[in-house]
Ligand binder design. Structure first.
Ligand SMILES: [Zn+2]
Length: 379
């Protein structure tokens, strides 16, 4: 029975105070029809109410507060990690055209830039080193763990300036290699996994020893989580360094603005032989199982909104650990472009995208919207 039929039928039901004797004594046709319909509707209505009670949902979310209660997880400031691009030119502060409102900055700009954000409740950042001097790049990515380089100097600076701020470091070689790939290469241009893992784990150690709270390898070489964990244990610092793995990092075109920001575009080929193919759900699940077994404390899915099923898988596979998602540069730029074109309101879509990521299962979100969320979550 449809709802409109139900309402219609209710109109024919006898009122408690009505004179039912008078009603039943009527002999005109209209009365007979009414009685018949009344009788039928009474039976049907009681079946309908008991049978379809679960169809009545609106009462559960009519109030704004009741709507927030419908979410398993609500966005809070502590869930957000803000990506920072630190260059080797100390006074640099350059906007990144393809990544609206985001800048590459030098060490001298870092504290003034972050101070108001920390005051508004920023809890965590993730650092990406961006060497602008092309002469520092080589085949081994030597500059990645240069003690005077932007990341290690940045860790030390931020630890001093903001003792409560949680400092994560992306660990990869692509910003520092002449070829722009995420490891050390064989002669034929393919990744040399053994050498790459050695090198990437050394870089992670350098960041951890400089004071990073978290190292986050994004290179996707096989076995690098195990190598980093073992080196952390060997150095006696595994108890104070969180290992966040970019476990399910998919290849695709959503990283374009990031590559503009970080100068990490490969000089030849692409990353399809180590980043995951977009259709590879099973492969992503295997990578997540592997990284958990190798000692990851957090597993990450990247990108986010095109991969909500993978985030959901991560929550199931890593049910006893936090799950992170990286809402990447291309996702962020698309929302900006569409808002600019009048397709939707920027803030509304930023919340909708981020809440979708939470709903899928993530509780940590790396987001370029972080500065705005610090304002928006205030109200
Ligand atoms: Zn890389």
């Amino acid at each position: 029975m449809s709802f409109s039929t139900l309402v219609n039928d209710l109109n024919y039901r006898p009122r408690p105070n009505s004179n039912t004797t008078a009603t039943t004594n009527r002999t005109d046709t209209r009365s007979q029809v009414s009685r018949a319909r009344s009788y039928a509707s009474t039976a049907a209505t009681s079946v309908s109410i008991s049978g379809d009670i679960s169809s009545q949902l609106h009462g559960g979310y009519s109030h704004p507060l009741a709507r927030t209660w419908q979410a398993e997880r609500q966005l809070t400031k502590s869930m957000l990690i803000y990506p920072l691009f630190i260059t080797d030119n100390p006074d640099e502060m350059t906007s990144i055209p393809s990544l609206p409102n985001q800048c590459r900055m030098g060490l001298n700009k870092l504290v003034p830039f972050l101070t108001p954000l920390v005051e508004k409740g920023l809890k965590s950042v993730i650092l990406f080193g961006v060497p602008l001097d092309p002469t520092v790049k080589d085949a081994l990515g030597t500059a990645a763990d240069d003690p005077q380089g932007p990341v290690i100097a940045g860790i030390r600076l931020l630890r001093r300036a903001f003792p409560q701020l949680f400092i994560s470091c992306d660990v990869c070689l692509c910003e520092y290699t002449t070829h722009g790939h995420c490891g050390i290469l064989h002669e034929d241009g393919s990744l040399n996994n053994t050498l790459s893992v050695d090198r990437v784990s050394d870089v992670a150690m350098a960041y951890a020893e400089a004071g990073a709270h978290c190292v986050a390898p994004s290179d996707m070489n096989d076995g690098r989580i195990r190598a980093i964990k073992l080196k952390l244990i060997e150095a006696g610092i595994a108890h104070r360094v969180l290992l966040m793995s970019y476990s399910a990092k998919f290849s695709g075109c959503l990283y374009g603005p990031f590559r503009d920001a970080a100068g990490s575009c490969p000089s030849f080929g692409d990353r399809k032989c180590y980043q995951l193919p977009p259709g590879g759900r099973g492969l992503a699940r295997r990578a997540m199982h592997r990284d958990i077994a190798e000692g990851a404390d957090i597993i990450m899915v990247k990108p986010a909104t095109q991969y909500l099923d993978i985030i959901s898988d991560a929550k199931e596979i890593g049910k006893d650990m936090p799950v992170a998602a990286y809402h990447v540069s291309g996702e962020y730029a698309m929302i900006h472009a569409a808002a600019q074109a009048g397709v939707f309101d920027l803030k509304t879509m930023a919340f909708e995208a981020t809440e979708g990521i939470l709903r899928a299962g993530a509780t940590i979100i790396v987001s370029y919207f972080t500065p705005q969320f610090l304002d928006w979550l205030e109200t």
